[in-house]
Ligand binder design. Structure first.
Ligand code: NAP
Ligand code: MN
Length: 266
């Protein structure tokens, strides 16, 4: 059994960053944390970088729900997944040592492609035309045919992903305490022949969204799961639902999701 204080640091091994991280590693050891080289042995996984790094840290360590993730910003500012600043080691150590932190649980979504390959997402899954032509998908909510989409693509975001790509396409920002997923359009074509809802919508955790790619030759969309692209040819169906897996992260007590929204956008 791993010890309770096994900690793993995920970061880009660039010389400048490594020397800054080394100071944090030393400080962690001084308060009796055991720094491990294998993420599967860790109870705490620290991502050091930006939000993009945090997404990678969670993906590369397998979306574990039996450990805590902590985001540490390598920049001078905090971001959505990073509650601590790398150059403020004393407050990181103080928070860890005095347990001045709370744990929050972030919903994730599960994407299944053609009933075999499954992927989890912490921000969103996006499905976009891989070529310059429009892309057509039949959209089902559970087994109900809801609409036929034609345009650039669609994205399905988690609550924490709602401040990322989803916001750029005018989706709503969703409190991560709500377990739901948001479906948004990317440049839908609307005229007397083609009609889509035109606004984003939220689906409860009990629903399943199915996107059936119309097999008209444009059946090789670009699928993005957070910051990775999937390269799968000739896609028929994508099933998307909220996953049972939640990502537990460490937060400072006075730094809620809405503090972050205000700090970033207002
Ligand atoms: P990137 O192109 O460097 O990211 C774009 C920006 O989104 C970065 O500033 C990133 O922060 C920020 N970001 C990531 N997750 C966020 C979140 N949950 N809330 C608010 N901002 C967030 O690529 P990346 O850093 O690897 O991030 C991947 C994400 O970029 C994707 O999951 C997608 O949501 C987003 N994206 C947005 C658009 C768009 O808005 N048109 C297009 C493609 C992808 P950091 O600088 O701290 O990494
Ligand atoms: Mn980035």
């Amino acid at each position: 059994m791993p010890q309770r204080n096994n900690i793993y640091f995920f970061y880009k091994k660039e010389p400048e960053l490594t020397s800054r991280v080394d100071k944090l590693i030393e400080a962690a050891r001084n308060i009796n944390y055991n720094v491990v080289e294998d993420a599967s042995e860790a109870n705490i996984i620290c991502s050091i970088g930006g939000d993009g790094t945090f997404l990678q840290a969670v993906r590369k360590t397998g979306f574990r729900d039996d450990c805590l993730y902590a985001g540490i910003s390598a920049l001078d500012r905090l971001s959505f997944y990073c509650d601590f600043k790398l150059d403020d080691i004393s407050s990181i150590i103080n928070a860890m040592d005095n347990e001045e932190v709370e744990v929050r649980r972030y919903p994730t979504i599960e994407v299944t492609i053609d009933d075999h390959a499954s992927f989890l997402c912490l921000n969103e899954c996006s499905v976009r035309s891989g070529i310059i032509k429009t892309f057509v998908m039949d959209v089902y909510i559970d087994d109900f045919h809801f609409e036929t989409f034609r345009g650039d693509g669609m994205l399905v975001s988690t609550p924490t992903g709602s401040t990322a790509y989803n916001k750029s396409v005018d989706g709503a920002i969703v409190d991560p305490l709500l377990s739901c997923m948001q479906v948004s359009e990317i440049a839908s074509l609307n005229n007397n022949h083609y009609r889509t809802l035109g606004s984003s919508f939220l689906l409860s955790g009990d629903r399943r969204l199915t996107l059936k790619v119309v097999q008209d030759g444009n059946d090789y969309p670009t699928i993005g799961i957070d910051n990775e692209a999937l390269s799968i040819r000739h896609i028929h169906d994508l099933h998307i639902r909220l996953s049972d897996r939640k990502i537990k992260t460490i937060k400072l007590k006075d730094n809620s999701f809405w503090h972050k929204v205000q700090r970033t956008f207002l």
